[in-house]
Design a protein around this ligand. Structure first.
Ligand SMILES: Cc1ncc(COP(=O)(O)O)c(C=O)c1O
Length: 447
């Protein structure tokens, strides 16, 4: 089989990574510690990062649009965070007790997100979403959670359903069917169909969990009224409205999607940016719901909702990094959000124009600083939900993204959306445009 030239170029420039990958496969299933980090022929291994750049073990420097699962909004190894962490590391990394830093980060979150009347820290976003649905069930005494088809809320067991196209199969062995019966999936951006499904389960509906912008499934913004329509339904039926803001929190705006789309969830989850590059998850919400997790008020008749937190929750390193990040964002909010959102808007417009001039049908979706190119075909002529993404030309997207890596040292995790950070500039955006034009004219994208 002929290996396309951009792939052989990738192999030539990543020989050290190839060796490390081989070694990795003997240690980790598939050679990786997060499924999406694998791509063909093998992922490059990173040695260090700074600003907008990832440096690999072979001496390549990539302009990064993956930005640590979109968490690194200030850029890699940013000065405020590195400085704060290097001081904290000498004072201790894990006290395993309550600490002042957690109070400070918690109150900063409350300051910019007033709906976080009470909150609980965990170490990952997966835990935070798991706790959110447990709280919804505790509050309502009902069992069913509605999620979006294609919605991603981490690896917690109950929500590992209808994640991957075509959404009809179980997400893998090890999940048992009994778990499925209390999850119902609804189509993103189709309010009528969603409400119809929700109506049929409303008596046992504990909550509706939704990413305001479908992230992992393809960077799809909500259509007008979709999110408020779900919210109204939840209110009307006494179920909890849960926004998963793990990607959108502090990204769409300082107040996240709640502020951007003027929403009023009962519960919401945060992660990624709020940890300043350190592991974190947060479940936040209205007092009357979050108070169910109060262990101090537990009595012999009524125990609290067990939402844990875990060994590493609220550890002082994460709290310190989160604080440095939020303080910077609060202080520089006008310039940061203006810059990254402008770059996102211009990039969506610019890429759409470049592909359209080349008569390659695409839809570059996204909102604010997030964007993703979808190659359209007769099965998928627009991108409104995760099924449209599944039907689009995914192979073409991989080709485009691997060609960006090998020929232009620009990194998107294949199939995933890109994010701008404070460390990117217009020059990076223009380099992405030039590289895209060059890939188009090289014929790599002709099917
Ligand atoms: C919307 C959303 N929710 C939850 C998660 C899970 O977070 P974590 O990977 O920290 O467990 C992710 C991770 O990408 C996410 O994008």
């Amino acid at each position: 089989m002929n290996i396309p030239s951009y792939q052989s170029k990738y192999r030539q420039m990543t020989e050290g990574s190839k060796l490390l990958y081989k070694k990795s496969t003997k240690i980790f299933p598939g050679g990786i510690s997060h499924n999406i980090r694998y791509f063909q022929p093998y992922p490059f291994f990173v040695k260090k990062s700074k600003g907008k750049t990832l440096y690999d073990v072979d001496g390549n420097a990539f302009t990064d649009y993956w930005m640590g699962h979109w968490a690194q909004i200030l850029g890699h190894a940013s000065q405020p965070i590195t400085k704060a962490l290097s001081t904290q590391v000498r004072k201790g990394t894990l006290y395993g007790t309550v600490n002042e830093a957690s109070v400070e980060l918690g109150s900063l979150i409350q300051k910019v997100m007033p709906l976080a009347e009470l909150l609980r820290f965990s170490s990952t976003g997966s835990e935070a979403t798991m706790y959110a649905i447990r709280l919804a069930r505790a509050k309502t005494g009902r069992r069913v959670i509605a999620k979006i088809i294609g919605g991603w809320h981490g690896f917690n067991t109950p929500l590992l359903q209808t994640v991957n196209y075509p959404f009809e199969y179980e997400e893998g062995p090890g999940l048992i069917q009994d778990e499925e019966q209390f999850i119902e999936s609804i189509p993103f951006n189709d309010l009528d169909r969603s409400i119809k499904i929700l109506e049929s389960i409303k008596d046992d509906l504990a909550g509706i969990i939704v990413e305001p912008v479908l992230g992992g499934a393809g960077c799809i913004p909500p259509q007008e009224d979709y999110l408020t329509g779900l919210q109204e339904f939840a209110r009307k039926t006494g179920s909890m409205y849960i926004l998963d803001e793990i990607v959108t929190g502090f990204r769409l705006s300082l107040g996240g999607a709640v502020q951007y789309y003027r929403l009023d969830p009962d519960l919401f989850t945060l992660g990624k940016i709020v940890g300043g590059g350190m592991p974190i998850g947060v479940v936040c919400g209205k007092k009357e719901v979050m108070a169910l997790a109060d262990p101090v008020k537990r009595n012999s008749k009524q125990s609290c909702c067990a939402i844990g937190g875990g060994t590493f929750s609220a550890n002082p390193m994460t709290m310190t990094a989160g604080m440095a990040s939020l303080k910077y964002l609060i202080k520089n909010r006008r310039s940061v959000y203006r810059k990254i959102n402008n770059l996102g808007n211009q990039t969506r417009q610019g890429l759409n124009k470049i592909f359209s001039e080349a008569r390659i049908p695409v839809d570059v979706t996204g909102v604010g600083s997030l964007f993703c190119t979808h190659f359209l075909n007769s099965e998928s002529e627009r991108i409104l939900d995760a099924a449209d993404v599944g039907k689009s030309n995914r192979n073409m997207l991989i080709r485009y993204q691997v060609a960006l890596m090998s020929n232009h040292r620009i990194f998107f995790l294949p199939l995933k959306m890109g994010a701008f950070s404070e460390a990117h500039s217009e020059r990076d955006m223009n380099a992405l445009f030039d590289s895209t034009r060059s890939i188009i004219s090289s014929g790599i994208l002709s099917s």
